[in-house]
Ligand binder design. Structure first.
Ligand SMILES: Cc1cc2nc3c(=O)[nH]c(=O)nc-3n(C[C@H](O)[C@H](O)[C@H](O)COP(=O)(O)O)c2cc1C
Length: 187
């Protein structure tokens, strides 16, 4: 299957990294990292875009400033199983909600909504303002799936990786990807 994975400048870039790691092992992943996404990648994981390219050579990297990318076209995006924004900043959420395309990530999300390609947004902010909540409702009503980056604890996590895998597993569930990232209730 083919996926677009967008990493934006919210905290929790490790969720995006782990999603890339799991997805690219078996699927075609087109990756877009926003400028702020790169900043947080460096801040939280000490990694650069070049490091990602080296670690995940099969991932197809797209420039967030390139509005001529094939991903900006509805007929091309329809070939993808889902668009994932992991993590999704409230700024990118606001752009999606208002339909303003400041970069390729916003455009891909807009196209996903209009073409009915599943769009999954893993929002990370705390607390939420009324504007955040209204924007989440707006994009939900337009067809997106809004997910908070909040792990559960009923699977008895022991490590940071367990917590990350729980959230990433929930995102992959929404994207229709089978995985074994956490023990399900009753298993
Ligand atoms: C270290 C760091 C952590 C941040 N964490 C968050 C966050 O958790 N959620 C959020 O919405 N924005 C966060 N921001 C702010 C965004 O990076 C900022 O709003 C940026 O303009 C988002 O741009 P983008 O959506 O194009 O990536 C953070 C910024 C930095 C530098």
């Amino acid at each position: 299957m083919r996926f677009v994975l967008c990493i934006t400048g919210a905290s929790g870039v490790i969720y995006g990294y782990r999603t890339l790691e799991v997805l690219s092992a078996e699927h075609e992943v087109h990756l877009i990292v926003s400028g702020s996404g790169r900043t947080v990648l460096k801040e939280e994981m000490g990694l650069t875009l070049k490091d990602l390219e080296e670690r995940f050579p099969k991932a197809v990297l797209h420039d967030p400033a390139d509005m001529t990318s094939p991903l900006a076209s509805g007929s091309r995006l329809r070939a993808f199983r889902a668009v994932l924004v992991v993590p999704c900043s409230t700024s990118t959420l606001g752009n999606i909600a208002s339909g303003t395309n400041q970069n390729l990530i916003h455009r891909v999300c807009e196209v996903a909504l209009k073409e009915r390609v599943p769009l999954i947004l893993l929002i990370r902010e705390m607390p939420y303002s009324r504007i955040h909540l209204e924007n989440m409702l707006k994009v939900t009503e337009a067809g997106a799936v809004v997910m908070p980056a909040s792990p559960g604890f009923y699977h008895r996590p022991r490590t940071l990786e367990d917590l990350v895998d729980f959230v990433v597993g929930k995102v992959l569930d929404q994207a229709g990807v089978s995985h074994n990232l956490f023990r399900r209730w009753g298993e």
